[in-house]
Design a protein around this ligand. Structure first.
Ligand SMILES: [Zn+2]
Length: 125
């Protein structure tokens, strides 16, 4: 995927203070790029695969959905890295704890915001 290489080079050349301030971002960037590749490859395999029993098709749809979401989240995280906003909560703008980023590098929300989203999903009432 040439797009990740473009983003990658941009992030390296960029004098992004976010990347400089957090040495672990470099490591997370590598993990993001790896899982981006894994998920795009899986997505390709799932969508090209076709055929199979009807109940397998149902499972495949769920996997395709999950992979699509993962790819979208990872792409957003890579974009934030390139822009130097990586590690900031998309909801409240506060820094996301490193433990959360380590657990899931494509995390978009900080702990409290994730908890709030889980407790009160949009449109649940
Ligand atoms: Zn937040």
């Amino acid at each position: 995927m040439p797009i990740t290489h473009g983003i990658n080079r941009h992030a390296r050349d960029d004098r992004s203070t976010a990347l400089r301030g957090h040495p672990e971002h470099e490591r997370l960037l590598q993990r993001l790029e790896t899982s981006y590749e894994v998920h795009t490859r899986q997505l390709a395999r799932l969508t090209i695969g076709g055929g199979g029993a009807p109940d397998e098709a149902d499972t495949r749809d769920h996997l395709v959905d999950a992979s699509r979401r993962a790819v979208a989240d990872i792409a957003a995280a890579l974009r934030h890295m390139a822009e130097g906003n990586y590690g900031r909560c998309e909801r409240c703008g506060k820094p996301i704890p490193v433990e959360l980023l380590e657990a899931r590098p494509e995390t978009r929300d900080c702990g409290p915001c994730q908890g709030a989203a889980l407790a009160d999903p949009p449109g649940s009432t």
